[in-house]
Design a protein around this ligand. Structure first.
Ligand code: CA
Length: 228
């Protein structure tokens, strides 16, 4: 059973989230501020944290940054909640190290889908395993991509990008994160490069009807989704 820590000062929201998560089979703990959240994390490291941005005292954003900076909590999956829908906030949230980002009000189903996606991503992936997302199949061993036996022809960078997308679905990736995870430590590459390769990847996926799986999230980056 996965342990989820919900950090939220509005008790009605915290209760609603925890009831739904428990119903879905998660072991839920609630913390109402950053200090209490830190005590919980110091005690038992949860599998995932649902972290509200606006908390009394220290903000969720500061807390996320602190956790990212510490060895024990560096890999702790965080889904950030906020009532603020500004694009700049979304980028700040992702830059602070949140794995995903939800704007209130959100549906419980959406939160559950994001939690499942983040937890799936955390599970160790066999790098040579064939990935299948909604019928689109990618085989890292043979470097082939196909849907319904129709082969997709893509270049090596688009292949790596698609592999990353398909193993990290349903979450927003900023251009900086994609550069970091797909290109590696190439600081001299401009973020626009990502757009160029995403465009090529969409064009390659278009003949098999999968180009719309790559969504542009305005002001934030890209998301690979099977919900099209
Ligand atoms: Ca709050």
């Amino acid at each position: 059973m996965s342990r989820v820590l919900v950090v939220e000062d509005e008790s009605a929201i915290a209760e609603l989230i925890s009831i739904n998560l428990r119903h879905a089979g998660y072991d839920v703990t609630i913390a109402c501020d950053a200090d209490q959240a830190q005590i919980e994390v110091d005690g038992v490291l949860p599998d995932l944290v649902v972290l509200d941005w606006m908390l009394p005292g220290q903000s969720g954003l500061v807390l996320a940054k602190r956790w990212r900076g510490q060895t024990r909590t560096r890999e702790l999956p965080i889904i950030m909640l906020t009532a603020r829908a500004e694009e700049g906030d979304m980028i700040s949230g992702l830059d602070a190290g949140a794995d995903d980002y939800l704007t209130k009000p959100f549906s419980t189903n959406e939160l559950l889908a994001r939690i499942r996606a983040v937890l799936r991503r955390k599970a160790p992936e066999a790098l040579d395993t064939v990935v299948d997302v909604a019928g689109l199949k990618l085989d890292p061993a043979t470097r082939r991509v196909a849907r319904d036996d129709r082969e997709v022809r893509i270049g090596p960078t688009e292949f790596r990008l698609l592999h990353f997308f398909m193993t990290h679905t349903e979450r927003v990736h900023s251009r900086a994160q994609l550069l970091d995870r797909v290109w590696g430590d190439h600081v001299f590459i401009e973020e626009r490069t990502v757009d160029v390769h995403v465009k090529r990847l969409r064009e390659a996926l278009d003949p098999v009807g999968c180009s719309r799986m790559i969504e542009t999230v305005r002001g934030a980056g890209y998301r690979f989704t099977q919900q099209v």
